[in-house]
Ligand binder design. Structure first.
Ligand code: V0V
Ligand code: CO
Length: 138
């Protein structure tokens, strides 16, 4: 089911400042910036590498409002690693399969994600404390 690591999501208070840090430290480039209202985030995707299965990304996340997943995470834990996104070939098939397993699927149907992807989340308490995202790239 899991084909590769698509991205890691990092929660931050100041998106522009954090982009500048990553650019300065690693020389990585922003490939995409979006506001994704449904998820309550303003985000940027920074390209890590073009591996054979496709690039992987650092996703920097700033909350649009305090009462959002990233806003609550920042208040509770501060800045840091928020989630891991795994690439899947067919997210609807993956969700159907996971429905028969012992894990809480937070999205019954895929949602709109960054760069035209389809995404769905799995509960961190069922996966070693790590919020887990499935990503079917566009
Ligand atoms: C919360 N908890 C986490 C966590 N967020 N643990 C690990 N990683 C996280 N990111 C823990 C928290 O410490 C609490 O544990 C417990 O879960 C309940 O936390 P809460 O603050 O009361 O939060 P809830 O229950 O209201 O919501 C938590 C969940 C929520 C995970 C259900 O954040 C959610 O639905 N997330 C999925 C959507 C999302 O995160 N979107 C933003 C990324 P203790 O302290 O009680 O032990 S958008 C994105 O990635 C996009 C668009 C993309 O990639 O394209
Ligand atoms: Co993500």
């Amino acid at each position: 089911m899991l084909e590769r690591i698509d991205h890691i999501g990092i929660a931050c208070h100041d998106l522009d400042a954090t982009i500048a840090r990553y650019e300065a430290v690693f020389g990585v480039r922003v490939a995409s910036r979006e506001v994704i209202e449904e998820q309550g985030v303003r985000e940027a995707m920074l390209r890590v590498a073009d591996a054979p299965g496709g690039a992987s990304w650092i996703q920097l996340l700033e909350p649009l409002r305090p009462d959002s997943p990233v806003g609550k995470f920042l208040a509770r834990r501060g800045e840091g690693l928020h989630h891991v996104g795994y690439g899947v070939a067919d997210i609807s098939a993956a969700l159907a399969e996971l429905g028969t397993r012992d894990v809480r699927v937070l999205d019954e149907r895929p949602r709109h994600g960054s760069m035209g992807a389809s995404i769905a989340f799995l509960h961190p308490k069922d996966l070693g404390g790590v919020l887990t995202e499935l990503v079917q790239a566009r």
